[in-house]
Ligand binder design. Structure first.
Ligand code: SF4
Ligand code: SF4
Length: 362
């Protein structure tokens, strides 16, 4: 592909375009030989129309996507799709904006992608989120069935997110709780990694179908493994070396963060592998535990953020390889582990050392 061709056809630089496709291919677990196929799909002159709905949310998913320190990823996404309706970034407002929504779903009936950001409140007829005098429930019921596929971006659209946290005063739910009959994929996270979203979009455009998912509707390429299985601090966990509190010697030494609240043993996501920002960091690498943001109901099930995830057997100091680190997620999030049961076996080792102390004893 010539430099001139890229510059003529894409607002993103040629280098950024190829980098984005390569990143997506890596996230998807595709071989290098598949990159040209992704490039071809992304370079198609027929840009698939996308309607992006905003409901009960903070717009953090859009912000992180478009203002990422990988600006090329945001630009690439905007270049490979035709973003016909997006309340945050579109220039139109009021009746003009609503006409744009109406025209898009009419013209591309059954062919457009619908991205939903935010939860949908259902209590009291859904009055807690209204746009152009229609409730979020009404808008989703109108737009969702006419879409070729729906991508729920973020934990709010996937499972209700913080709006659905106990006592869930507005009856907030995720898209999959209301919409039936349209293919839906969840890309949870608070916010999700832009690369996971890009990989989902590119997979759909390249292979004309959504990626394979677990029973929680998450693409396996991004949510198929536990944080704990790929964490660089895992050897410290296995050997019983922990930060007991922030700033102590263990914390300074880079020891495991389980005892200061890390929820990695119960969380499925590719964060340790894909990482964030151009400098390749992720929360655990800079000294803060994972808070489990990709899991359904994480505000309730993973709290308090600095409390220890229960039912995780941890080794004592110098404890050696642990037996059931891999089963922690199954215990705390039975539904998650059931969905991807194969992962419950990952990380299970032999208990080698006697005198291993469990969390309560520590
Ligand atoms: S508990 Fe957290 S910091 Fe410790 S190994 Fe697991 S994911 Fe890494
Ligand atoms: S490390 Fe944990 S809390 Fe942070 S983004 Fe990944 S899954 Fe969410």
């Amino acid at each position: 592909m010539s430099k001139q061709y890229c510059e003529r056809n894409f607002k993103v630089s040629r280098r950024g375009f190829l980098k984005g496709c390569t990143l997506a291919a890596t996230a998807l677990g595709l071989s290098e030989s598949m990159v040209p196929k992704l490039v071809e799909a992304a370079a198609s002159p027929t840009r698939p129309p996308v309607v992006w709905l905003h409901f009960q949310e903070c717009t953090g998913c859009t912000e992180s996507l478009l203002r990422a320190s990988h600006p090329d990823i945001g630009r690439l996404i905007l270049d490979i799709i035709s973003l016909d309706y997006h309340e945050t970034v579109m220039a139109a407002a009021g009746h003009q904006a609503e006409k744009s929504l109406h025209d898009t779903i009419t013209k591309h009936d059954g062919k457009f992608i619908c991205v939903v950001e935010g939860a949908i409140p259902t209590k009291d007829g859904g009055i807690y989120c209204k746009i152009a005098d229609r409730t979020a429930m009404e808008i989703l019921a109108d737009v969702g069935p006419r879409a070729a596929a729906v991508i729920a971006i973020g934990t709010c659209a996937s499972y209700g997110g913080i709006q659905a946290a106990d006592p869930n005063p507005t009856g907030a739910v995720g898209v999959q709780d209301l919409l039936k009959g349209t293919p839906i994929i969840n890309v949870p996270g608070c916010p999700p990694n832009p690369v996971s979203f890009l990989g989902t979009v590119l997979h759909y455009f390249t292979f004309k179908k959504l990626p394979r998912t677990d029973q929680l509707g998450r693409p396996l390429f991004a949510y198929g493994r536990k944080i704990h299985d790929h964490c660089e601090r895992r050897p410290h966990f296995d050997e019983g070396r922990f930060a007991e509190q922030f700033g102590d010697e263990g914390h300074r030494q880079g020891y495991c963060l389980y005892k200061v609240g890390c929820k990695g043993p119960g969380t499925f996501s590719n964060c340790p592998a894909i990482r964030f920002n151009d400098v390749g960091v992720w929360p655990v690498s800079v000294g803060h535990g994972c808070v489990g943001c990709t899991e359904p109901g994480f505000w309730d099930t993973m709290g308090p953020f600095y409390g220890r995830l229960p039912n995780v057997t941890v080794p004592g100091a110098g404890g050696g390889i642990v037996a059931d680190a891999g089963s922690a997620g199954k215990k705390i999030l039975g539904v998650t582990a059931a969905a991807v049961g194969i992962h419950a076996a990952v990380g299970v080792g032999r208990k080698l050392v006697q005198g291993k102390k469990n969390d309560e004893q520590n």
